[in-house]
Design a protein around this ligand. Structure first.
Ligand SMILES: [Zn+2]
Length: 90
């Protein structure tokens, strides 16, 4: 059984979770972007080899979205944590 560590509930069977995709920065000015830039943001994946920050949802548990850093080749999850927005420079 593969376990995934929910930051709220602890280690659970990975079947309780839903994969939400890789972490990608949102466009800085969404309304100024072109249609092509939105297609890239929504549908295009980096498909990188190595550690990748990903969204996961604990659908059969506490219902939170959180981040997991997973190696895409070994499938090993290095850490999980709650997402925190980056501080904006003022
Ligand atoms: Zn949970």
């Amino acid at each position: 059984m593969v376990l995934l560590e929910c930051p709220n509930c602890g280690a659970r069977n990975v079947a309780e979770f839903r994969y939400g995709g890789e972490l990608k920065p949102r466009p800085a000015q969404p309304m100024a972007g072109s249609e092509e830039s939105w297609v890239d943001f929504v549908f295009m994946k980096q498909n990188k080899l190595g550690l990748q920050a990903e969204w996961w949802y604990h659908r059969a548990g506490c219902g939170i979205w959180f981040m997991a850093e997973r190696h895409t080749k070994s499938n090993q999850v290095v850490k999980t944590y709650r997402w925190q927005p980056a501080e904006k420079a003022s």
